[in-house]
Design a protein around this ligand. Structure first.
Ligand code: FPP
Ligand code: ZN
Length: 365
C-alpha cells in the first residue's frame, strides 16, 4: 500500500509551549475584527468558539467574564424560530452548530433549565424539536432542512440530546440501526453512509453514537483496533484513511476512537507525541495540521486533546523496544498530565463537566 508521510526535522520542538497556546487561544476568543480572513471563516464561527473554549478549559485557563457574556449573546443571536442554531447571525441553522452551541453553553456552566425566557439563552424544547425534525424514517439524520444525510449528523443529534438530557425524544434504536448500516465488515470501521469508504472521523462519530446508546457490543473491536492502529505512519502522525498524509486532527479522531474501544495502547505513544509537538508554532502559539504549516484553533484543540488522551488514558506504561530507541527524545508525559485536564473521548469536552452532569457513556476494555 502506498505510504505518504512527512519527515520530522531533528530540531522540531519537543516541549509543550503552554503559555503561548493559551495566549493564541485567548486572542482568537476576543477577536472582533472585520478583516477579510474573519469574514471568510464566518460560516465556522460557532465551531471556532467551541474549539477555542474547549481548548482553554482543557488548559485550565479561565474565560474572562466579558468574553463569556459576549459568547452567550452571540448564541442568542444565532437562535432560529425552529429551535436550530446557526454558525453566525443571519446564517441558516444546522445540527453542526447546534451541537457546538450546546457544548459551549454547558462548558460555560450556563443554566439551560431556566423557565424564564428572559434568562434562558436557548429554548430547550424548541431545540429538541429541531433535532427531532431531522430524523428520517430509516433512523438516519439530516444536517438541516436541505436533506444531506451523514453519520456526522447522527452523532451531533445524539450528543446534543444527551447534553440536554432529552435522548428519549428520538428513536434511538432506529438511529443506531442506521449507524450499523454504515459499518464495514471488511475492516471493522465506518463510512459516512451505508457502503461508503471507512474514515476515522466518521468512525469516531459512529463509536460516539454507539457509546452514548450503550451499543458498543455490536462491533468487532479487535478488527477496528487494527485498522485504527494502522493509521500511524513512520513519522508518528496519524492519517484518516489509507494512503493519506498524516494530519494532527486525526490525533483526535483516531485516538478518541481507540480510547472508546479500550485500545489506545495499540499505537506508539512517544512517536505520536513527537509528531504532535512538531506541529506547534513556537513563536505565535497554536498547532497546525502538519509541521511548518499555518496554525488554527481547530488543530490547536485537537493537538491538546491528543496530548490529553495520551497523558490520561494511555494505560500501558511498559516501553516497547521500538520506543526504547527513542528514549533520548522522550517527552515527559507526567509533566503534561499536570498541565492538561482529562478530555472526554465521546463528547470532546472536559471529562469533569460530563461527569458532573452524570451523563453516561459506554467504554470497552
Ligand atoms: C474529518 O473531516 C472529520 C470528520 C469527518 C468527523 C467530523 C465530526 C463532527 C463534525 C462531529 C462533531 C465533532 C466533535 C469533536 C464534537 P475532513 O472533511 O477534514 O476529512 P478529510 O481529512 O478526509 O478531508
Ligand atoms: Zn486536519
Amino acid at each position: 500500500m502506498l505510504i505518504r508521510d512527512v519527515e520530522l526535522k531533528h530540531d522540531s520542538p519537543k516541549e509543550f509551549f503552554f503559555d503561548k497556546h493559551v495566549k493564541f487561544l485567548n486572542n482568537y476568543a476576543k477577536n472582533k475584527d472585520n478583516s477579510y480572513e474573519q469574514i471568510m471563516v464566518e460560516y465556522l464561527k460557532m465551531n471556532g468558539i467551541y474549539w477555542t473554549i474547549t481548548a482553554l478549559k482543557l488548559a485550565d485557563s479561565s474565560i474572562e467574564n466579558d468574553v463569556r457574556q459576549e459568547i452567550i449573546e452571540l448564541i442568542r443571536s444565532c437562535k432560529h424560530p425552529n429551535g436550530g442554531i446557526s454558525a453566525a447571525p443571519k446564517h441558516d441553522p444546522h445540527i453542526l452548530y447546534t451541537l457546538s452551541a450546546i457544548q459551549i453553553l454547558v462548558s460555560l456552566d450556563v443554566n439551560l433549565e431556566s423557565s424564564n425566557p428572559e434568562e434562558s439563552v436557548i429554548d430547550v424544547n424548541k431545540t429538541v424539536e429541531f433535532v427531532m425534525s431531522l430524523q428520517n424514517e430509516d433512523g438516519s439524520f439530516n444536517g438541516d432542512h436541505w436533506g444531506e444525510v451523514d453519520v456526522r449528523f447522527t452523532f451531533c443529534s445524539i450528543a446534543s440530546l444527551a447534553l440536554l438530557k432529552r435522548l428519549d425524544a428520538i428513536n434511538l434504536d432506529l438511529a443506531i440501526d442506521f449507524v450499523m448500516k454504515c459499518y464495514n465488515q471488511i475492516d471493522g470501521a465506518f463510512g459516512c453512509r451505508p457502503n461508503s469508504e471507512s474514515h476515522s472521523g466518521l468512525t469516531y462519530c459512529c463509536l460516539g453514537s454507539l457509546s452514548i446508546a450503550g451499543q458498543l457490543h455490536r462491533i468487532d473491536a479487535d478488527k477496528l483496533g487494527w485498522w485504527l492502529a494502522e493509521r500511524q505512519l513512520p513519522s508518528g502522525g496519524l492519517n484518516g484513511r489509507p494512503e493519506k498524509l498524516p494530519d494532527l486532527c486525526y490525533s483526535w479522531w483516531v485516538l478518541s476512537s481507540l480510547a472508546i474501544i479500550g485500545r489506545l495502547h495499540w499505537i506508539n505513544k512517544q512517536k505520536l507525541l513527537c509528531f504532535i509537538m512538531a506541529c506547534q508554532d513556537t513563536e505565535t502559539g497554536g498547532f497546525s495540521d502538519r509541521p511548518g504549516n499555518m496554525v488554527d484553533p481547530f488543530h490547536t484543540l485537537f493537538g491538546i486533546t491528543g496530548l490529553s488522551l495520551l497523558a490520561h488514558e494511555y494505560f500501558d506504561n511498559s516501553i516497547s523496544d521500538h520506543e526504547q530507541n527513542d528514549q533520548d527524545d522522550c517527552i515527559d508525559i507526567e509533566k503534561l498530565s499536570k498541565k492538561i485536564h482529562k478530555v472526554n473521548p465521546v463528547f470532546c469536552m472536559l471529562d469533569q463537566t460530563i461527569n458532573k452532569m452524570s451523563i453516561r457513556t459506554q467504554r470497552l476494555s
